[in-house]
Write a protein that binds this ligand. Sequence first.
Ligand code: ZN
Length: 128
Amino acid sequence: MSNMPISIKKVSPGLLKAEWSDGFSAIIKIEKLRSECPCADCREKENETGKFVMPTIKMGKNDLKSLQPVGNYAVNPTWGDGHDTGIYPWEFFRIIFENYKMSEDEIIDFEEKNKNKPDIPGLNVRSN
Ligand SMILES: [Zn+2]
């Protein structure tokens, strides 16, 4: 049986919700999905020191642009910084949602904090 969710959507800036047919659903911070990127590049950075290193913050790093299914076994996100080499098998995708599931309070807190954040320059450019 595939662990493909029945729905995935951004519920607010920075938050992603997924639901599965067995009734499990969760909201996680999109940055968690990025930090779990299973591609060789991202995993290598982690292994060099054996410890987590604060990654260089790139513009758009945690900005989820799209989620492209790979066959019926995985999903391939494209990020705002152009990174698109992570293939997340659905089983792994589900585990991320189980591990990082946010509580109601955490979600309210997160939305409250992000409400007052100024727009990141360069992302919401409007020409008149
Ligand atoms: Zn990666």
